[in-house]
Structures are given as structure tokens and as C-alpha cells.
Ligand binder design. Structure first.
Ligand code: PMT
Length: 233
């Protein structure tokens, strides 16, 4: 794979789902396969970056290190992903392709939760997880570029631009989920990259092609920052 050079850059990428345990046998998860994030990791390593790939529970093989290097850290929960991402700093770029749980059970039962004897339902108490992306964007060691993803089923641009602003991101890659041929699990996707001054449609194409195109855009933004007024870092 060719493309711009990311040699000398540290790129941290999150990928896959998180699993939030309810008890020793059950968890709350989601449909992310990790394909999008792993494709970005492969493309960044092929461009010479030092890649830290923080992976939720997925069945994918570790991408090749290309001309750079690739260190994979496997995690399970949103809390573990948060710790691994923060632990990977400092970085030049963070790309949050993982589908991180927004809520986790308030407590994990030590023993398997048993069915009640009657027909009553089961109420779970959930608490908010920490927003890794928003925290990184406001972190004292903020990466030069913080790039989020937005997985939406409707009103994609409005919700994506809302997250771009609320989480103080440089870019956000919006994709539609819940339809065939894009989003979760599929080998293909279609993205629109939003920035304060940008709305760039990419695809439909394979997640590998899209990863390369996204990284080319990131390279351009990094070079502008590196040759700018010196206030970028
Ligand atoms: O893994 P695949 O099967 O290939 O599917 C790819 C994908 C659909 C998972 C991917 O393209 C994608 O959209 N990833 C983001 C999914 C998501 O959680 O979107 P969101 O709109 O709920 O979250 C917005 C952003 O905040 C994301 O960058 C997410 O990583 C981040 N986030 C969310 C919650 C949280 N607690 N911490 C976060 O960092």
C-alpha cells in the first residue's frame, strides 16, 4: 500500500466493540467486528507510522507492521479501553473507530443472575462510561489530531457535526449503520468526513480503501500543522 508517509508519527487507533459484563456468563456488547479500525491500523503501519492498536474483543488477526510498527493491546470493557488509550499517550493522532459502550452495569454480579420464579422482568441499572474521545480532545497531552467516528441510523450529518463540536474533535468520520453494505461487520463502508471546514464523502468502497483515503487526509492536516505557525503543539 502506498500513500503519504507517517514515518515518525505515533498513531493510536481504537477498534471493535466493548463488552460490559453483567455476571460471569453475560455481557452487554455491540455488533462492531473491528474491521474498520483494523484496516486503518494496517494502512497507518503501511505508511510508516508507529501504531498502537487498542482492540476490543474481536476475532481478527493482527495487521502487518508494514514499514512502521504495530503494537496491539487487547481489552474487553470500555474502562479497560479508556485506560489503554490514555496509557498509549503521547501520540500524534488518535482515531476512535471503536464502538465503545456508553453505559455499563452499575455492578457486576459475582454469581450468575438467576431467573425469578414469576413472570416479572429484570431491571438493570446502568451507569455512563467515560467518553474516551472527548477526554482525549481535552487532555493536557492532546494528540495533534483527534479523529472520531459517528455511527448513525438517521440524520447522519446533524448528529456527526454535533459530536464534532461537543467532543472538540478535528475530524469525524460519519457512517450509516443498520443498512447492508456499510457500518458494522461489512467489508465495505461509505464515510463522510466532517471538519469545521469540510464535508468530504468517501466511498462506497472497501474498508481498506477508505482507511487509506482517511489517512491521506490526516497526513495533509498533520503537514499543515507541522509547517504552520508553530502553535500546533
Ligand atoms: O467494527 P466494524 O464492524 O468494522 O464497524 C465499524 C464501525 C461502524 C464500528 C465504525 O465505522 C464506527 O462508526 N465506529 C464508531 C462507533 C460508535 O461508537 O459511534 P458513536 O457515534 O456511538 O460514538 C462517537 C465516537 O465517540 C466514536 O469515535 C467512539 O469511539 C467514541 N466514544 C463513544 C463512547 C465512549 N464512551 N467513548 C468514546 O470514545
Amino acid at each position: 500500500m502506498s500513500g503519504c508517509s507517517l514515518a515518525g508519527r505515533h498513531v493510536v487507533i481504537s477498534a471493535g466493540p466493548t463488552y460490559e459484563d453483567l455476571d460471569p456468563v453475560r455481557f452487554l456488547g455491540n455488533r462492531s467486528s473491528g474491521k474498520m479500525g483494523f484496516a486503518i491500523a494496517a494502512a497507518a503501519a503501511a505508511r510508516g507510522a508507529r501504531v498502537s492498536l487498542i482492540a476490543g474483543p474481536v476475532t481478527l488477526p493482527t495487521p502487518a507492521a508494514g514499514t512502521g510498527s504495530l503494537h496491539r493491546i487487547d481489552v474487553r470493557s470500555a474502562a479497560q479501553m479508556h485506560a489503554a488509550v490514555i496509557g498509549a499517550l503521547p501520540a500524534d493522532v488518535y482515531i476512535g473507530a471503536a464502538a465503545v459502550a456508553d453505559y455499563t452495569p452499575a455492578r457486576v454480579a459475582e454469581e450468575k443472575i438467576k431467573k425469578g420464579s414469576g413472570s416479572e422482568g429484570l431491571t438493570l441499572q446502568l451507569v455512563r462510561t467515560r467518553d474516551i474521545l472527548a477526554e482525549l480532545a481535552g487532555h493536557p497531552r492532546r494528540p495533534e489530531l483527534v479523529v472520531g467516528f459517528a455511527a448513525e441510523t438517521e440524520d447522519v450529518e446533524r448528529y456527526a457535526r454535533g459530536k464534532l463540536a461537543a467532543k472538540r474533535l478535528d475530524l469525524i468520520a460519519a457512517n450509516r449503520v443498520g443498512v447492508a453494505g456499510s457500518g458494522f461487520e461489512s467489508d465495505d463502508n461509505a464515510l463522510v468526513i466532517y471538519g469545521a471546514d469540510l464535508a468530504l464523502p468517501l466511498g462506497p468502497a472497501s474498508k481498506h480503501e477508505l482507511a487509506g483515503q482517511l489517512l491521506d487526509l490526516i497526513c495533509q492536516r498533520l503537514s499543515v500543522a507541522a509547517t504552520g505557525t508553530g502553535s500546533a503543539r
